[in-house]
Design a protein around this ligand. Structure first.
Ligand code: ATP
Length: 402
């Protein structure tokens, strides 16, 4: 007989906690989306809004769908919620199939047990803050004492306890959105979907509320699938970002990786800004590619997974903050391109300088303390090889400097 077999239950529980090996359900993703397609039939024809998308969201992960208007973010989110019927594919929540075109399964939104927070706060104007938050529990006909305890708990969590009796419509926009978040939390759903929840708030409040959402998500260990077109918001709150364009995933990864080494030219331009240059690989050594571009020959640091070869066409992207400006006398010979300042805008923490290179190309550099650079001043632009990101192929017409 082992020690745990004879121990009281509380001790067994403690022992189990101490040697806690995640069980299979804990390792399984909270959300799995497999080859999802959505076609809308409209008077103008077929709109293929979601084009074979697959991804997982791990338990306790904060994943953001980021992309421009019309890229399919809301359609994906509404498909997970059960508010939209995909044309084909499968969706699993908590290892349960909630949608399968092949198996003809479609659970209702209520059966999926997820919380949702939308751009419009969806607050009932005739109810108090307390009643708005308590609503999902009353619908489930829970005992009154439990409803009061759970509602009070989330109101306190979101700093709304003092406003519990107030009419919900008498609150500020930020407070109304907190009521919507409280209502999503009160059901203790393990998964919460957010669709552009901060769009109606001013810039300062947006930052405040997004941080509150992130803090709560981390504290409670909730899984979040979040939709926004705001790249700064996505980077600030997410564990992982999926960059979408025209119904397809163009890049996905932690914010810092997506920003510093985007794997796709669209993502490089949508998440932050980039100078984008078409080029041809003309030489290589162990550490670098040498790429001929319209602005001159640039050295690019090789990365372990590069797939290009000499003579192939490539696209280079560089962040504006990685274009260094040197006075001509101080410029070193390698990797510097002569030009002159065309315009300078002082933007507070940094200045943006548009530089006309000898080739005639205009590039934008972002420099701190660059307010002194006057239009017309000669400069040399230097780009460190490890700051250039190389992508195989060519850009779609009109997106790159030739
Ligand atoms: N009910 C509908 N009927 C027809 N077309 C639709 C419908 N809903 C969405 N679409 C189209 O599907 C595409 C994707 O729309 P969706 O709303 O998912 O994009 P989005 O990225 O969330 O955009 P936004 O940020 O503007 O909300 C768009 O071309 C849109 O016009």
């Amino acid at each position: 007989m082992t020690a745990t077999q004879s121990a009281p239950l509380a001790e067994v529980a403690q022992a189990v906690n101490e040697v806690r090996v995640p069980s299979a359900p804990e390792l399984a993703p909270m959300v799995s989306i497999v080859d999802l397609h959505k076609h809308y039939r409209t008077a103008e024809g077929d709109v293929h809004a979601v084009r074979g998308i697959s991804f997982d969201v791990a338990r306790g992960e904060f994943v953001t769908l980021l992309g421009p208007s019309g890229c399919g973010k809301t359609t994906i989110l509404r498909s997970v919620a059960g508010l939209e019927t995909p044309t084909s594919g499968e969706i699993f929540i908590n290892q349960r199939v909630v949608f399968s075109s092949g198996r003809r399964i479609r659970l209702t939104p209520a059966q999926r047990q997820i919380g949702m927070v939308f751009q419009s706060y969806a607050i009932w104007p005739h109810m108090s803050v307390f009643d708005n938050v308590a609503y999902p529990l009353r619908r489930r006909k829970l005992p009154k004492a439990e409803i009061t305890a759970r509602t009070t708990e989330v109101l306190e969590m979101l700093g709304l306890a003092h406003a519990a009796k107030r009419s919900a419509t008498k609150l500020s926009g930020g407070q109304q959105q907190r009521v919507a978040v409280a209502r999503a939390l009160v059901s203790r759903a393990e998964l919460i979907l957010f669709d552009e929840p901060l769009s109606n708030l001013d810039a300062k409040l947006r930052k405040e509320v997004r941080q509150e959402i992130r803090d709560l998500q981390q504290r409670l260990g909730i899984t979040v699938l979040y939709v926004t077109h705001d790249q700064e918001e996505a980077m600030a709150v997410s564990d992982r970002i999926l960059v979408l364009e025209s119904g397809e995933i163009k890049d996905q990864g932690p914010p810092a990786r997506v920003y510093s080494r985007p794997t796709d030219v669209f993502a490089a331009n949508f998440v932050g800004e980039s100078e984008t240059l078409d080029g041809t690989v003309v030489d290589a050594d162990d550490d670098h590619w040498l790429v001929q571009t319209g602005i001159g020959r640039l050295q690019v640091a090789r990365q372990p997974h590069d797939t290009v070869r000499v003579s192939e066409t490539v696209v280079l992207t560089v962040r504006p903050e990685h274009l260094q400006l040197w006075e001509p006398a101080a410029a070193t010979r390698t990797q510097t391109i002569p030009g002159s300042v065309r315009s300078a805008s002082f933007l507070g923490p940094f200045a943006e300088l548009v530089v006309e290179l000898e080739s005639g190309h205009l590039v934008t550099a972002r420099v701190s303390g660059g307010a002194g650079a006057a239009p017309g001043a000669p400069v040399h632009v230097r780009i460190e090889p490890h700051h250039v990101v190389l992508h195989a192929g060519r850009t779609p017409a009109g997106q790159a400097s030739q």
